[in-house]
Design a protein around this ligand. Structure first.
Ligand code: 13P
Length: 326
C-alpha cells in the first residue's frame, strides 16, 4: 500500500512531465466557455475535456490529469469512461474532491474549503473507478490584516484531514494551499504569507500522520500581487520561491507541482524554467490549469472542426513546460 502510494507520487512528478489541471468546477468552466463564446452545456464541457485529453502524445509531457466530478462521470465519444480512457493513454487519472472555498465564519473576506463530510465513501468510489490521485485546494487571501491565523489553521487542518483520508484509500493527495496573487502586496509579503501557509500545512500533515513520500504539494509561486504594479524577473521569482520552500519542506516530500494562479502562460513557464537552476531535494514541476489550457480553449472555441487546432495549442504549451523540467 505504501509502495503503491510512493510509486504513484513519483510517477506524477517524474521528469519531463507535469500534471494538467482540467478540474474546473461546473460554475468556473461554464463562465470560461461563455467567455470564449461557447454555450455552457454539460456536452460542451465534456467535448472540451475530450479534446484536451485526446491531444496526440499528451503523455510525453503530462503524467496525470485532474478531473472534476462531472467529467469523471462522463464518457468519451467512443463510450469509454474518462478515467479509464486516461489509463489507456498512459496518463494517471486524478479527481478534485473538495466542494469549494466558502466564507469562513466570523472572518470577513476569508475562505475555508469544504468537502470532508462523506469524503471516505466518495474516495472509495473514485478509487474503484480508476482514480490514482486526488486534489484539494485551499485559498489564502492577502489583504489588510489578512490572512488571519484562524484562516491558516482552518485550511491547513482540512487539507491534512483530506490527505490522511486519501492515503487510507491508497490515493496520492495533491495538497494545494494557494496564496492568491490578487492584491497590491509586495513579493516580500507573498513570501511571508506563503511561508506561514506552508508551515501550518506541514505541521497539520505531520500531526495527521500523512506520509510525505506519498504526497505532492501544489503551491503558488512567490510573486508580487497582481495589482502591485511590480514585476519580478523569473530569476527573482525562482530565488524567492525556492528559498521559501527550502525553509519549510522536509526532504521526504515526493515533489512540488506549481499552480499557475493567473500568470500568463509564458511567464509561468519562464518562472518554472528559472527554478530548475536551483538544486532542491524534490522535483519541481507544473500542475497548471489556465497556463496550459487557455490558448487551447481559444483555438477550439467549441467548433468541432477546430479540435486539431485546440490540441496543437495545448501541445504548444505542454512542450515548453516539459522542456523546462526535463
Ligand atoms: P491554475 O494553474 O489556473 O491556477 O489552476 C491550477 C489549479 O488546479 C487550481 O486549483
Amino acid at each position: 500500500m505504501i509502495e503503491a502510494l510512493h510509486g504513484t507520487a513519483q510517477a506524477m512528478v517524474s521528469r519531463p512531465r507535469g500534471i494538467l489541471a482540467a478540474d474546473e468546477s461546473i460554475g468556473t468552466m461554464s463562465s470560461r466557455l461563455e467567455k470564449a463564446g461557447v454555450p455552457a452545456t454539460a456536452e460542451n464541457r465534456r467535448a472540451y475535456r475530450e479534446m484536451l485529453l485526446r491531444t496526440p502524445e499528451l503523455h510525453r509531457g503530462i503524467s496525470g490529469v485532474i478531473l472534476s466530478d462531472e467529467t469523471f462521470n462522463q464518457k468519451l465519444d467512443d463510450g469509454q469512461d474518462f478515467p479509464l480512457a486516461l489509463h489507456a493513454l498512459n496518463i494517471l487519472p486524478g479527481i478534485k474532491v473538495d466542494t469549494g472555498a466558502k466564507p469562513l465564519a466570523l472572518s470577513p473576506g476569508e475562505k475555508v474549503t469544504e468537502g470532508l463530510d462523506g469524503l471516505r465513501d466518495r474516495l472509495k468510489d473514485y478509487v474503484s473507478r480508476g482514480a490514482r490521485f486526488a486534489k484539494w485546494r485551499a485559498v489564502i487571501i492577502i489583504g489588510d490584516g489578512l490572512p488571519t491565523r484562524n484562516a491558516l489553521r482552518a485550511n491547513a487542518h482540512a487539507l491534512a484531514r483530506y490527505a490522511a483520508l486519501c492515503q487510507e484509500s491508497v490515493l496520492v493527495p495533491i495538497v494545494e494551499p494557494e496564496v492568491l496573487m490578487d492584491g497590491d502586496h509586495t513579493i516580500d509579503r507573498c513570501a511571508e504569507v506563503t511561508r506561514a501557509a506552508l508551515e501550518h500545512v506541514l505541521a497539520e500533515l505531520d500531526e495527521a500522520g500523512v506520509d510525505l513520500a506519498g504526497t505532492v504539494l501544489k503551491p503558488n509561486m512567490v510573486v508580487p500581487g497582481s495589482t502591485s504594479g511590480q514585476q519580478a524577473s523569473p530569476e527573482e521569482v525562482a530565488e524567492r520561491t525556492v528559498a521559501t520552500l527550502r525553509a519549510v519542506l522536509p526532504e521526504a516530500l515526493a515533489g512540488v507541482a506549481f499552480l499557475s494562479g493567473g500568470q500568463s502562460p509564458e511567464v509561468a513557464t519562464a518562472n518554472l524554467a528559472a527554478m530548475q537552476k536551483h538544486e532542491t531535494p524534490w522535483p519541481l514541476t507544473f500542475s497548471f490549469g489556465r497556463a496550459l489550457v487557455d490558448p487551447a480553449l481559444k483555438a477550439w472555441h467549441g467548433d468541432p472542426t477546430q479540435v486539431a487546432e485546440g490540441q496543437q495549442a495545448l501541445a504548444d504549451r505542454v512542450e515548453p513546460n516539459s522542456a523546462a523540467v526535463a
